[in-house]
Design a protein around this ligand. Sequence first.
Ligand code: DON
Length: 304
Amino acid sequence: MIDYQAILNTIYANVTQESDKGEIATYIPELSGVDPNRFGMHLKLISGEEFAVGDSEVGFSIQSISKVLTLAMAMSQVGSTIWERMDVEPSGNPFNHLSLLELEEGIPRNPLINSGAIVIADILVTQLKNPKADFLKYVQDITGDSSISYNLKVAQSEKETGFNNYAAANLLKSFDNLHNSVDDVLDFYFHQCSLEMSCSQIAKAFFMFANKGVCLRDVGRLTKTQAKRINAIMLTCGFYDEAGEFAFEVGLPGKSGVGGGIAASLPHEFSISVWAPGLNPQGNSKLGMLALEQFTTLTKQSIF
Ligand code: DON
């Protein structure tokens, strides 16, 4: 038997004493005021047991972690037609890189970089009657938690400084890979990124990737194949130009966000989320990566 609580406590003691906690993201001004000393972690086993440490119930901006949830919703709505509009290859580049998109004629490398997530947002804007409300309801349903909401100040802040995302959306539009207006799609995208969730809520949302596509509640279910594919994309593309390092050090499918969160799953075993707001130069949570590396080392559980 693995003593998960003891392991989380050990990790908490180890990582919170690190003096270099990384840098808070400031390019979205509304994120810049977050306390760099925050640290939380939440583990949810397939058996239903849960373990937590630190600020695991405190909400934070999930940012790019939302890209996995919009991908899951889009896959459950339109299935594999998604792959007519984007690829499933790692980009080896930062999340907001643009030149590959031009070279590859408006086909994003994968759905977890910004350009790919903007195409997924476009698909949902086409599919959903009330895109922002329907996506929020989906996240509330899969977690069974109706208190989850958008942070409208963060969405507005990102809109005001989202020049790179406007460039990506316009480039997609010029290649005919955006069917709705740039403004409508980005309004949805900025809201999805502004979702505020705690580690505990994120671990519940990611439970379906550990549980063959079946959510905590019987809603928003993915097929077993769709869940497998999303795990594969997280493993190869979830950390941008640091995807190799995350597979090397941690060995789990996962996704980061510039709010300092990371969500990950071990298929058939658990989902896990960690939050430490300071980022490394690649834009991934510095202590979050360290914590997950220690977790897979101490539990001897990873996909490898
Ligand atoms: O589009 C952006 O720039 C942000 N809303 C999301 C970026 C992000 O979280 C990148 N991930 N590590």
